[in-house]
Design a protein around this ligand. Structure first.
Ligand code: TXA
Ligand code: MG
Length: 338
C-alpha cells in the first residue's frame, strides 16, 4: 500500500496536530517506525492481539504525547512491550509466579504485572511501583522491538474508550492527524487484547480476561485464579477495567433472543435469531460457532455494525468458556451506560 498522509482534523481542543504516515510493515517500514520511536514520536504497529500505539517507554515526553493523542486519563498505566523474557526481567522483578507464566505463554497474549525495576518511566506506570510487561508474538512487533532495543509502551491504538483496532485502517480512522506513523501489517490474528495477571504477590489475580483463556492459566498453576482485584484486599489496580469501555456509538442489547427491524445484529453460531433477516445489518462472529474465529472478528464487526447507523446493536448469547469469557467481558463493557 502506498504511503498515505492523514487528513488533519483540527478541533479547538486538539493541541497536537501532526500528519500521519501509513506504511507497509516491510523492512523499510519497520526501520522508519524505529526512527519515529527514537525521535520520541508515536508509531502504531500490529501485535497478535490488536494494534498498539507505540512510544519509547523510557521517554516521559513521548509517553505524555501518547496519553494526549489517545485522550487517555493519565492515571491509566500502560503495558511495556519487550522483545524477550531477558528484556522483561530487566524492566521488572520476576518472582516464581511471573517466571512460570512468562515461560509458558511468551511470546504471546499474556501481560504480567510485577514490581518495577527503574527502566519504564513513572508516567508510563502512572506512578505505580509496578509495571505491566508483555512479549508479543507478532513477527512485525518482534522485529520492531529487537531493532528498537528498549521497551515500547503500547496501549491499544484507539481513542480512549473506543473499540480496539484490529486493522491499520481502524487506527487511521481513530488517530489520523494525532500520531506520527502507522505500520500496516494486515489484520491482527487474535483480535482481543492480552490477558493481564497481577504477579506482585504469591496469589495471582486476573486483572483482565483476554487472549489466553482463564482455563489455560488455571491448568498451568493447578489452582483457580481470583479475578477481582479487590478479592485479595487490594485497591483497583487495572484502571482499564472501568465499566464503560470499548464503546461503539450505538447502544448494545446483550443476550438477545429476537431481533427488531431497526436494530443491527451480531450473532454467533449456526442458529440465527428470529427477525434476523429483517435487521438493518446482521453479522455472524462465527457461523460454525468457533470462539477463536469470533474473537478475531469481534471489534471489526462492532465497528461495521455501528457504521450501519442503527441506534441499537442486538447481540446473541456467547458461551462463557475459553475466549468466550473475554468476548463477553468486552461486550458487557461496550454495553455499559455512559
Ligand atoms: O493486547 C494488549 O494488551 C494490547 C496490545 C497493544 O499489546 N495493549 C493493551 O493496552 O490492551 P491497554 O493500554 O489498552 O491496556 C492496558 C491495561 C489497562 O487496563 C491498564 O490499566 C493495565 O493494563 N495496566 C497497565 N499497567 C498496570 C499496572 N502496573 N498494574 C495494573 N494494571 C496495569
Ligand atoms: Mg485499550
Amino acid at each position: 500500500m502506498a504511503a498515505r498522509i492523514g487528513i488533519v482534523n483540527v478541533s479547538q481542543t486538539q493541541k497536537t496536530v501532526t500528519s500521519t504516515t501509513l506504511r507497509n510493515a516491510d523492512a523499510a517500514g519497520i526501520a522508519e517506525a524505529v526512527q519515529v520511536l527514537r525521535a520520541g514520536g508515536l508509531a502504531a504497529f500490529p501485535t497478535e492481539t490488536v494494534y498498539g500505539l507505540g512510544a519509547d517507554a523510557t521517554n516521559a515526553r513521548a509517553v505524555a504525547k501518547l496519553y494526549e493523542a489517545k485522550g487517555r486519563p493519565s492515571f491509566n498505566p500502560l503495558i511495556a512491550h519487550v522483545a524477550d523474557i531477558a528484556a522483561a526481567r530487566r524492566a521488572g522483578k520476576f518472582g516464581p509466579l511471573a517466571e512460570k507464566l512468562a515461560t509458558k505463554f511468551w511470546p504471546g497474549p499474556l501481560t504480567v504485572v510485577v514490581p518495577e525495576a527503574g527502566i519504564v518511566c513513572d508516567l508510563a506506570r502512572a506512578g505505580l511501583n509496578t509495571v505491566a510487561l508483555r512479549v508479543p508474538k507478532h513477527p512485525v512487533a518482534q522485529v520492531l522491538m529487537s531493532a528498537f532495543g528498549k521497551p515500547i509502551v503500547a496501549p491499544s491504538a484507539n481513542r480512549s474508550g473506543h473499540v480496539s483496532p484490529t486493522t491499520a485502517d481502524h487506527v487511521f480512522a481513530d488517530l489520523s492527524g494525532r500520531i506520527d506513523f502507522i505500520l500496516d501489517g494486515g489484520a491482527t490474528p487474535l483480535g482481543l487484547e492480552s490477558t493481564i495477571v497481577d504477579c506482585t504477590s504469591d496469589t495471582p489475580l486476573l486483572l483482565r480476561t483476554g487472549g489466553i483463556p482463564r482455563e489455560q492459566i488455571e491448568e498451568l498453576l493447578g489452582a483457580k485464579i481470583l479475578d477481582t482485584p479487590n478479592a485479595a484486599g487490594k485497591a483497583l489496580t487495572a484502571p482499564g477495567r472501568l465499566a464503560s469501555h470499548y464503546a461503539p456509538r450505538a447502544t448494545l442489547r446483550l443476550n438477545a433472543t429476537t431481533a427488531r427491524a431497526d436494530e443491527a445484529l451480531l450473532v454467533f453460531g449456526p442458529k440465527l435469531l428470529n427477525g434476523a433477516q429483517d435487521t438493518k445489518m446482521t453479522l455472524n462472529l462465527s457461523p460454525r460457532g468457533d470462539l477463536v474465529e469470533a474473537a478475531a472478528n469481534l471489534f471489526a464487526y462492532l465497528r461495521a455494525l455501528d457504521a450501519s447507523g442503527a441506534t441499537t446493536i442486538a447481540v446473541s448469547p456467547i458461551p462463557q468458556e475459553g475466549l468466550g469469557e473475554a468476548i463477553n467481558d468486552r461486550l458487557t463493557r461496550a454495553a455499559a451506560p455512559r
